[in-house]
Design a protein around this ligand. Structure first.
Ligand SMILES: C[S@@+](CC[C@H](N)C(=O)[O-])C[C@H]1O[C@@H](n2cnc3c(N)ncnc32)[C@H](O)[C@@H]1O
Length: 262
């Protein structure tokens, strides 16, 4: 791969802090593992594997299969916690280094919100065999709305990813030739002791940069204090809230049609 992008570098920098900061990511990944159907699998891809929350479980569940843990962040792959049970590959979800129809299962937790959704899902569909399964979780529009509202008060830049809507997600799945078996949704609200730790939590999972025009909006000190004030105004007895709209999807690439002889 050529020079690392800002998003790749942000994830690589976060790799050392990721395990401690990624409580929500682990819960979401575990739920996706729960939803996995029984699939006869010899080659499984954990796409956007991060430090490997799911790779070991996938290998344990399919002891005879090869589990490929792929991520475009060398730092995340370097911190992978199940390196001995899988093959680690540095790869971009938009351009996978796998032959057509060579994978039985693509598992991907909380990566797709960073991607060009149509390109990434079509690429996974290309690499899946007919009747192969793709299981993924992602975040939908409305997520991190507290951060959007706080920054809207100080500038016009986006400070979070432009998350997709469920209707659009369904359209993209259909365009990629994937048939939905199950969709589950949930809202999850995390709470923080203060505004600084809320924003730091986003940095600690590597998600502080957004791929909008390749630009990062810089804030002055006064503006940052206004952001803190806005977040502080949302405080409840549990702390300052941060909302996630989560979705888990199990979809299948339709099998080959057998021509019947008349
Ligand atoms: C929020 S983390 C989730 C990691 C892991 N799946 C988990 O559940 O903990 C998102 C991961 O996706 C990776 N990622 C983002 N965009 C990617 C892309 N285009 N291709 C491959 N990996 C990507 C990041 O490097 C990061 O490790």
């Amino acid at each position: 791969m050529s020079e690392l992008s800002a998003v790749q570098r942000a994830f690589s920098r976060a790799a050392g802090r990721y395990r401690a900061a990624a409580g929500l990511q682990r819960v979401v990944s575990d739920r996706l593992l729960d939803l996995l159907p029984d699939v006869e699998a010899q080659r499984i891809l954990d796409l956007g594997c991060g430090i490997g929350f799911a790779s070991g479980a996938l290998a344990a569940r399919h002891p005879d299969a090869q589990v490929i843990a792929a991520d475009f962040s060398p730092g995340m792959l370097g911190a992978h916690e199940a390196a001995s049970s899988c093959l680690r590959v540095c790869a971009d979800a938009h351009c996978l280094p796998f032959a057509d129809a060579g994978l039985d299962l693509v598992f991907s937790s909380l990566m797709l919100q960073w991607c060009d959704l149509p390109r990434a899902l079509s690429e996974s569909a290309r690499a899946l065999r007919p009747d192969g399964v793709v299981c993924f979780s992602t975040v939908l529009n409305g997520s991190l709305r507290e951060i959007d509202a706080a920054f809207a008060a100080v500038d016009q830049h986006r400070h979070t990813v432009a998350f997709t809507e469920e209707g659009r997600l369904r359209e993209v799945l259909a365009s990629a030739g994937l048939r939905v078996d199950c969709i589950e949704r949930a809202t999850r609200v995390e709470h923080f002791a203060d505004a600084r730790s809320l924003l730091q939590s986003i940095r600690d999972i590597g998600a502080s940069r957004v791929p909008v025009d390749g630009r990062r909006a810089l804030l002055g000190r006064v503006a940052l204090l206004r952001v803190y004030d806005h977040l502080e105004s949302l405080r409840t007895e549990l702390g300052i809230p941060l909302s996630y709209e989560l979705v888990w999807v199990v979809a299948r690439k339709p099998g080959l049609k057998v021509e019947s002889k008349q």
